[in-house]
Ligand binder design. Structure first.
Ligand code: GLU
Length: 482
């Protein structure tokens, strides 16, 4: 039975690199009908915080990743790790070390001065039982170090293939520090053993940890899980993705108006492709198709254009009623949501969304586009005002158009178009002049979906009222300029 885990350290928000690890573990578990365990690695008490743990869970939930067991907090298991370290000392596979960090640093520098490669010199391994007891009785703090055996440590990485390390290149690493806190190697292996993890899937940055951890499994006499390391994600400049490339925290993408399924697709497709096409796959399709041996070894590039493309594609393909569920919090936050809207005008609202979504790459775009349909208080893009509303003749043309509109029996897109084109022809001007001006007057911006459909949905009364704002809008624009 497959059992995998995601084990973030809550020292910051969940970032995209960690999320991809979570996502592949989750897909692997779901594909095999296995178990996905969540573990919070908060042994570094000074750098971890509950707030970050909460933020990580929130980000996982937003993307749609649920867990079957946990969260297990390592900070609640310190005693378990201490006992495990002592167990290895008891078996002669680990030993107490009294060397202080200062002493070790001094010896390290001396060995470097001799041109040697430093690794812990096993000074404390040579202590007699009596010497060790004496030091402990004096209350000298003691770390516990793992006694690295001789030989070669090999494993078959699920992504990279065979990897091997000569044990002589590994130092006797610390399991338990002098202050009684476990190191990462100890806590991770103890927990993976206790939760019966069968596959460890994590970032490439952990490859060098794996041989040490394999030695620990053997020391504990437990079966070694399989390991797979995911290639590092690069920024568009092909350097390791980092803060320099912008905010890479997962929740930032929620706040920028990306849909969770688009983000899920984007992240999954960074190192793997569920099918031949570049498109939005459903979660079920991805679960069905997922396989670790199709993960590419090369480092993927984090390309925001692709995310935008997937997002706008999903915005346009999704059933309107579902899109409305995602849009609602945006309208609520902006103060433009009312129960009346859903109760009495749902059909109309869906038409508005259907019209505006073709121009929207994110929910931010979409809500900005929808707001002028819901309320008279929206802002006017000053550049659009300058470009399309300053013509001195416009006042007269708009008055005539207002008259035309009032007489229309049916304020439909088709009729509106006929009227506007007819009026332009009579005045000997381009229809586009009127279309651009109306767009800015009614929506505050110079780009939108087809204006005639827009006006039909805005309705005659609001259209006329907004046309009548021309003077006021010009004044505000002038004040701002002045
Ligand atoms: N807590 C480690 C990290 O955030 C992960 C440990 C592991 O997957 O083995 O990088």
């Amino acid at each position: 039975m497959v059992r995998v885990r995601f084990a973030p350290s809550p020292t910051g928000h969940l970032h995209v690199g960690a999320l991809r690890t979570a996502l592949f573990n989750w897909l692997f578990a779901r594909h095999h009908g296995g178990t996905f365990v969540l573990r919070i690695e908060d042994t570094d008490v000074a750098r971890s915080s509950e707030e970050m743990s909460r933020s990580i869970l929130e980000a996982l939930r937003w993307v749609g990743l649920d867990w079957d067991e946990g969260p297990i907090y390592q900070s609640q298991r310190f005693e378990v790790y201490r006992q495990a370290a002592r167990e290895l000392v008891g078996k002669g596979l680990a030993y107490y070390c009294f060397c202080s960090p200062e002493e070790i640093e001094k010896r390290r520098q001396e060995s470097q001065a001799r041109g040697e490669h430093w690794k812990y010199d096993r000074r404390c391994l040579k202590l007699t039982e009596k010497e060790r007891q004496g030091r402990q009785e004096q209350g000298q703090p003691a770390a516990i170090r793992f006694l690295v055996p001789e030989g070669l440590t090999e494993f078959e990485d699920l992504v990279h293939g065979p990897i091997s390390v000569e044990n002589k290149n590994l130092e006797d690493f610390v399991l338990l520090r002098g202050d009684g806190f476990p190191t990462y190697h100890l806590s991770v292996v103890v927990d993976d053993i206790d939760t019966g993890i069968t596959h460890v899937i994590r970032g490439d940055d952990h490859i060098s940890n794996t041989p040490k951890q394999i030695l620990l499994y053997r020391a504990f006499g437990r079966p070694v899980p399989q390991f797979g390391h995911l290639p590092l994600i690069l920024g568009p400049d092909r350097k390791k993705l980092s803060k320099r490339h912008g905010d890479t925290s997962v929740l930032n993408f929620r706040d920028k108006g990306y849909l969770p399924l688009a983000f899920f697709n984007f992240m999954a497709q960074l190192s793997w492709s569920p099918g031949p096409e570049e498109k939005i796959y459903t979660i079920e399709e991805m679960v069905r198709e997922f396989s670790l041996d199709r993960i590419s070894k090369g480092s993927p590039v984090f390309d925001l254009n692709k995310l935008e493309w997937l997002n706008s594609r999903l915005i346009n393909e999704m059933p309107i009623s579902e899109l409305l569920v995602h849009l609602r919090p945006w309208l609520e936050r902006a103060g433009f949501w009312s129960e009346e809207l859903l109760a009495a005008r749902k059909g109309w609202l869906e038409k508005v969304i259907n019209l505006t979504r073709s121009r929207s790459r994110t929910l931010v775009d979409l809500s900005a586009m929808v707001i002028p349909f819901l309320s008279d208080s929206f802002s006017y893009d000053p550049e659009a005002v300058r470009k399309h509303l300053l013509n001195g003749e416009l006042d007269r043309w708009l008055q005539l158009l207002a008259g035309d509109f009032q007489q229309l029996e049916n304020f439909s897109a088709q009729e509106i178009e006929r009227i506007i084109r007819g009026r332009a022809e009579k005045e000997g001007i381009k229809a586009a002049t009127l279309i651009h001006a109306l767009r800015v007057l009614v929506l505050g911006r110079s780009v939108s979906p087809g204006l005639f459909e827009v006006l039909e949905l805005v309705g005659r009364d609001k259209t006329l009222a907004r046309m009548a704002r021309l003077e006021e809008i010009r004044k505000v624009a002038k004040i701002k300029e002045g």
